[in-house]
Design a protein around this ligand. Structure first.
Ligand code: HEC
Length: 112
């Protein structure tokens, strides 16, 4: 009876670890649905469903582009840098949004 119990607890602990790992991965990758809500404050200045310019350029298909308009290669890092720094009429979100919110935003921007 005893060895079985040990085996059973072992499996249980392994399962918990895997669940924790999966949870933290999902957190790191960002949640597009939450990002969409966060984007409401960006939508004042950015279209995502047409190419029309508002205050800022349309972000439709952003991650399908090669470059940002400042010439930087379009990567998660360069988009994050633009969100953090702003400039030329774009506010800086360095301290206005948490890292999680920025992860969620980027996950959302990949879907548009
Ligand atoms: C007050 C208006 C305003 C708000 C609010 C705003 N932006 Fe911007 N955004 C701009 C302007 C203007 C530019 C163009 C700046 C430039 O050319 O350097 C821009 C540029 C960008 C770019 C670069 C686009 C490109 O093609 O290079 C990204 C990405 C971006 N914004 C994302 C966001 C996100 C995400 C938010 C919300 C957290 C946001 N913006 C909120 C005005 C705004």
């Amino acid at each position: 009876m005893k060895p079985r119990l040990v085996l059973f607890s072992g499996i249980l602990i392994l399962g918990l670890c895997m669940a924790a790992l999966a949870g933290s991965k999902a957190g790191g990758a960002g949640d597009a649905a939450k990002g969409k809500e966060t984007f409401e404050q960006c939508a004042v200045c950015h279209n995502v469903d047409t190419m029309d310019r508002k205050m800022g350029p349309s972000l439709k298909g952003l991650f399908k582009r090669e470059k940002l308009s400042n010439g930087d290669k379009l990567t998660e890092e360069s988009v994050r840098a633009k969100i953090n720094t702003g400039g030329n009429g774009m506010p800086s979100y360095q301290d206005m949004l948490s890292d999680d919110e920025k992860n969620d935003l980027i996950a959302y921007l990949k879907t548009i």
